[in-house]
Design a binder for this molecule. Structure first.
Ligand code: NAP
Length: 271
């Protein structure tokens, strides 16, 4: 299924993630007349994007009965938004939700529909290098192809059989880009403590993470192998890794961080 065969798509919530996905769809061949953006207070970037591609940007989907409804609003307001957009959902509508923590059951009941895909993308979607995890409920084969094509425009897609792992996925890949940005900050702070000035420290830390990510992209070997390849016995990297991999090292810290994010995702789902 290609994006040119899909539509009409109504995107509810054209904020950071919704806009990133919409950019991917248009770049990937979704005809602009097949995309409607719904956002009562759009970002400047959203208004500019809509104008550049001649997209309809509306405050609400009143009067539209859509084939695909994508929900990309904050979990905190999703219930009111679903009540508002329910009239746009009919028997022919596939609902794709990317709201963290909101279950398929909640979406399905609020929109009186059975055909729901719940997915969790992440922000590298903005450059087509994201990863999404998706779960479908009572969807047809065509529905899963449609959802897959929409999510794939933002990067890789992994399909799950059930949604019980999605809170964990949110905590790993959904929130994960922020952990990597913080890694850059922490590495830069360590560099400053070693006497480098702020500019040098930021540049070294940032480019090191960009370079390492690029190496990983170019080489499909596991990260552990790439790490071992640059760790000579008793060398400098080895000395640092003894600390990072020691008791209460990075693995323990990451474990606690991911657990906190997973618990928050579960909490949001219950709210
Ligand atoms: N950002 C991420 O890394 C990420 C990753 C995975 C999943 N998600 C999920 O994606 C969803 C959106 O996140 P985001 O970061 O893109 O949030 P966001 O930037 O706040 O985008 C949500 C947009 O929806 C708009 N909105 C509010 N009420 C609306 C309504 N009644 N109808 C239509 N649009 C409405 C918001 O406008 P106002 O700002 O005026 O309220 C905002 O522009 C969340 O559920 C989040 O869990 C985000």
């Amino acid at each position: 299924m290609t994006l040119s065969e899909i539509g009409p798509v109504v995107l509810v919530g054209a904020g950071k993630m919704g806009l990133a996905m919409a950019r991917g769809w248009i770049a990937g061949g979704l005809p602009p007349d097949q995309l409607v953006l719904i956002d009562p207070k759009p970002l400047e970037a959203t208004t500019a994007f809509a104008a550049a591609h001649n997209l309809r940007l509306l405050e609400s989907p009143i009067g539209i009965l859509t084939h695909v409804l994508v929900l990309a609003v904050k979990p905190q307001i999703i219930k009111e938004v679903m009540a508002e957009v329910q009239p746009a959902v009919g028997a022919q509508t596939l609902v794709l939700s990317i709201a963290a923590g909101i279950s398929i059951k909640t979406i399905s009941e609020s929109l009186s529909t059975e055909r729901v895909v719940r997915a969790m993308p992440n922000t590298p979607a903005q450059i087509g290098k994201g990863i999404s995890c998706a779960v479908g409920f009572r969807i047809t084969e065509t529905d899963s192809k449609v959802a897959d094509a929409l999510l794939r425009a933002a990067g890789d897609v992994i399909w799950f059989e059930t949604e019980d792992k999605l809170d964990a996925v949110t905590a790993v890949s959904g929130s994960g880009p922020a952990y990597v940005f913080y890694l850059v900050e922490a590495l830069a702070m360590a560099a400053m403590r070693q006497g480098l000035d702020t500019g040098q420290a930021m540049r070294l830390a940032r480019q090191t993470v960009i370079g390492a990510a690029g190496l990983m992209e170019a080489d499909s070997q596991p990260a552990s192998v790439l790490r071992e390849n640059v760790t000579s016995p008793k060398g400098t990297t080895y000395a640092a890794l003894q600390v990072l991999m020691g008791p209460q090292g990075l693995e323990d810290l990451m474990d606690r961080a991911v657990t906190a994010a997973r618990e928050r995702s579960e909490e949001l789902g219950r709210a």
